[in-house]
Ligand binder design. Structure first.
Ligand SMILES: Cc1cc2nc3c(=O)[nH]c(=O)nc-3n(C[C@H](O)[C@H](O)[C@H](O)COP(=O)(O)O)c2cc1C
Length: 340
């Protein structure tokens, strides 16, 4: 049994976290994962600069960034993840989030921590010196952590990769530097920026970071079943695990891990249960985002839920054309019939 992981006011008995995923891990998804057993969630990445600028816009201009940081009671404990390259904006944004006093939905609950994105590989972000580019600029990265840490009482966590590329796998030294700058926890994705999501995430990097720092280390990368989690814990000694793609269309993964930890036999969901969850998911997205946006964004999730079922490719095509929840339900009915 592993020791509980403490992050501010949150105590995670199994150290089980849902990763931030822009465009995927919104409120609806985070709630489903929490219900399945995730003990902690993180917002989609939020631009610190956009959050700050938005506050200065006219009251009539709708807030588009702040809603990304809104937290409902059901998905807490949750951290809000900021990205940016300028310590002043990062600090101001973190202060806004901690105060809960800002334009645009502040949510029902305050964040339990501020997470700083130092892993995003996307050119639009890294090209601006943000996300994974900060791993090439440890001085700036440390200045950001220090500025945020000095400005808020909330714990400050940092999410990094193995490094920029194969020639600069600096995660252990970098993590040490973030610790010295005030970071309270480090999450490590065992790939370099150049690898994006290519196979494989390297647990040795996570182990090396764990050896290098005394703050808690959370391992991330390629956790698709409970056995992957057991292996990562064994190989790295990590204090927690964070799951991203493994939960797509499969929030049940968290139940599988809990069952392993509690020594219980795990019964995977039946096809009917899986599809019922997909429909609950789509309906919640439509309820929260409205028919047009909710449906458009729900589609990719629906495709993921079909994975592994007979006739999935036909269903996928029909789902891409489905115009409403009833049509989605009809596609799933046919799919279940095919799999009887
Ligand atoms: C669609 C998608 C969006 C992501 N968005 C974010 C993000 O906003 N912030 C972040 O730190 N990482 C983001 N990530 C990276 C994941 O949090 C995670 O580090 C990575 O996917 C490796 O974990 P996995 O192997 O479990 O997927 C994203 C990944 C995916 C697939």
């Amino acid at each position: 049994m592993m020791a509980p992981l403490k992050i501010g006011t949150a105590t995670l008995a199994h150290g089980l976290m849902l990763a931030p995923m822009a465009g995927v891990s919104d409120t609806s998804f985070r709630i489903l994962c929490r219900r399945a057993g995730a003990e902690y969630t993180v917002s989609e990445m939020v631009s610190a600069k956009a959050l700050c600028f938005e506050q200065k816009s006219r009251p009539s201009v709708p807030a588009r960034t702040a809603p990304l940081a809104a937290i409902t009671a059901e998905e807490a404990p949750m951290a809000v993840q900021l990205f940016g390259s300028e310590p002043d904006f990062m600090k101001e944004a973190a202060m806004l989030l901690e105060s809960g006093q800002y334009k645009g939905a502040a949510g029902e609950v305050c964040p339990v921590a501020i997470d700083i994105n130092m892993g995003c590989p996307v050119a639009k972000v890294a090209g601006n010196g943000e996300g994974s580019a900060l791993m090439r600029d440890p001085r700036r990265a440390a200045a950001i952590v220090r500025a945020v840490k000095d400005a808020v009482r909330l714990p400050v966590t940092v999410k990094i990769r193995a490094g920029w590329d194969d020639n600069s796998k600096n995660a252990p030294e970098f993590a040490k530097r973030m610790e010295a700058a005030g970071a309270d926890l480090i999450t490590v994705h065992g790939r370099t920026r150049q690898q994006f999501y290519a196979p494989y995430s390297d647990n040795r990097v996570i182990a090396a970071v764990k050896q290098a720092v005394s703050i808690p280390v959370v391992g991330n990368g390629d956790l698709f079943c409970a056995a992957d989690v057991a292996r990562m814990r064994e190989e790295t000694g990590c204090d927690g695990v964070m799951i991203a793609r493994g939960a797509m269309g499969n929030p049940f993964l968290f139940s599988e891990i809990l069952a392993m930890d509690e020594g219980r036999e795990y019964t995977p969901p039946t096809d009917r249960e899986r599809i019922a969850l997909a429909l609950t998911h789509a309906a919640d997205m439509v309820a929260r985002k409205g028919e047009r946006i909710g449906l458009a964004e729900a589609r990719k999730h629906m495709l993921w839920y079909c994975k592994g079922l007979r006739g999935a490719s036909v269903a996928r095509e029909a789902l891409t054309r489905a115009e409403g929840l009833e049509e989605i339900r009809a596609v799933f009915d046919t799919l279940l019939e095919t799999n009887r």
